[in-house]
Design a protein around this ligand. Structure first.
Ligand code: BG6
Length: 476
């Protein structure tokens, strides 16, 4: 027994990390364009430092990224050569609505994605489209304060109307918000929220999250109305929390931190705010303003499947000293002494993927989709430009193996797997090019130098074989 016959093997990217062409064909500026490389990045993406325009002191890697805007045909042909059944990509909102609040879309932006989807169709690659992968038009950030404003729900609804109609027949798998829980950890990157010295940042974050949750339910509703074939998923930055020890307080802390993330998916998949969340929000003095009809929308339009990213498990401790040490990370996690880590300190835990798959399936009983997983590493091409990335093959093989165990031995229902950054692209957390995930090497460095030439790494042929054998042969 192996993966289902129609298992969707593929790779994933996000518009802002690969397209570039930030000002092409009428595209408007977006929050994600304004995240620079270097020491200020963390403060900008977490909404602490205001960066609403480009300045001369910083380098902004998303402006050109790997220029997939002009290279998409070549790139999709390479994906097809690997045998991709699906390609996960996101649309840039500000290509379609440059300001975000217009009534009429920008035809050039719509046409661009239509061409991309048709290119996929040429090779029988099913697009899996993230409607927002962190991006929000800057005009919406400046005029409305991004998702803190209820008006964003209407603008997002308008976007959904337009894309579901225009791409009917070309796209049937949709994800509403990439890593929706990221809003709590990187609010400017995740949702355009600049918090500055806001008195009660959590009030803003949870209200904005509510707006996204309502928008997600509306998107699901419209998607199903426009085409009953449409399948809509939510998307969680996943990774189960382990208790640091079997001390009950550590176990309890791990449950609390898991719930902080599950809250979003509980709403999107089960249709209501869970009691634990209502209690916790009340304890924190957070009041979510709802409009009449919100609860019904959430209840009626739950997602069809649960998608998630998985890079690592996490560790929780009730010990204040250990907890403090964990706080510098985007997702607070104590180091796990049993695990190795990547060059960027991300811990490697394939069994954690099996655990996470089981946790999510036990909790929601809906089909799952692993839409991000991979190893960010420094690749060093040899004199011919070839990268022998055995470390990446090892990482991916172990994770696919864990996924297979979850399917075969535990009975988890899994629709597919798209590894992150199937072609090298800009890192979301660090803005670097040096942190590479791809099967395809792109000649570009952290400072934006390079020819942009694409070359196949060793993992390219390996993944091709994995797909051809439907995951049966993972050998290197
Ligand atoms: C996820 C995001 O958080 O992780 C991606 O959805 C991101 O956008 C990926 O690129 C890997 O993280 P990083 O920071 O290594 O790029």
């Amino acid at each position: 027994m192996g993966f289902r016959k129609d298992f969707l093997w593929g790779g994933a990217t996000a518009a802002n990390q690969c397209e570039g062409g930030f000002d092409q064909a009428g595209r408007g500026l977006a929050n994600v364009d304004l995240a620079p490389t270097g020491p200020d990045r963390l403060a900008v993406i977490t909404g602490k430092k205001k960066m609403f325009t480009f300045d001369d002191e910083h380098f902004y890697p998303a402006k050109e990224a790997i220029d997939m805007y002009h290279h998409y045909k070549e790139d999709i042909a390479l994906f097809a050569e690997m045998g991709f059944k699906t390609y996960r990509l996101s649309i840039a909102w500000s290509r379609i609505f440059p300001q975000g609040d217009e009534q009429e879309p920008n035809e050039a932006g719509l046409k661009f994605y239509e061409d991309v989807f048709k290119e996929c169709q040429k090779y029988d690659i099913e697009p899996l489209v993230t409607i927002t992968h962190f991006d929000c038009p800057m005009h919406l950030v400046e005029k409305y304060g991004a998702w803190r404003s209820r008006e964003l729900v209407g603008f997002y609804e308008n976007l959904c109307h337009v894309i579901f109609h225009r791409y009917k027949g070309l796209v049937k798998y949709w994800l509403t918000f990439n890593e929706i829980n990221m809003i709590l950890h990187a609010p400017f990157m995740g949702a355009g929220l600049y918090l500055g010295d806001a008195e009660k940042p959590e009030q803003i974050l949870y209200q904005a999250a509510h707006h996204e949750l309502v928008a997600s339910a509306i998107a699901t509703k419209i998607a199903h109305e426009v085409d009953p074939e449409n399948q809509v998923g939510c998307m969680l930055a996943a990774g189960a929390y382990y208790p640091y020890s079997c001390k009950p307080e550590d176990v309890w802390r791990s449950r609390q931190l898991d719930r902080e993330n599950y809250l979003f998916i509980d709403v999107q998949a089960r249709g209501a705010y869970p009691n634990y969340a209502k209690k916790e929000l009340a304890r924190k003095g957070i009041e979510i303003k709802m409009l009449p009809g919100d609860e019904e929308l959430l209840q009626t339009h739950t997602v069809d499947f649960i998608s998630f990213s998985y890079y690592s498990s996490r560790v929780a401790s009730a010990d204040p000293a250990l907890a403090e040490q964990a706080e510098g990370n985007i997702f607070a996690s104590v180091k796990n002494p049993y695990l190795k880590e990547s060059e960027w300190g991300w811990q490697i835990d394939p069994l954690g993927l099996r655990i996470t798959l089981n946790d999510l399936y036990d909790r929601y009983q809906k089909p799952l989709f692993v839409v991000e997983n991979g190893l960010g590493a420094v690749d060093t091409p040899d004199e011919t430009g070839y990268v022998a990335d055995d470390y990446r093959i090892d990482y991916l093989a172990q994770h696919i193996e864990a996924m297979r165990a979850a399917v075969n031995e535990d009975g988890v229902e899994l629709l597919g797997y798209t590894s992150w950054g199937c072609i090298d692209l800009v890192s979301a957390s660090s803005g670097e090019m040096k942190k590479r995930y791809g099967f395809i090497y792109v000649d570009r460095d952290n400072e934006g130098h390079g020819t942009l030439k694409r070359s196949k790494k060793k993992s390219f042929d390996w993944y091709k074989k994995v797909i051809a054998t439907n995951g049966a042969d993972l050998s290197n």
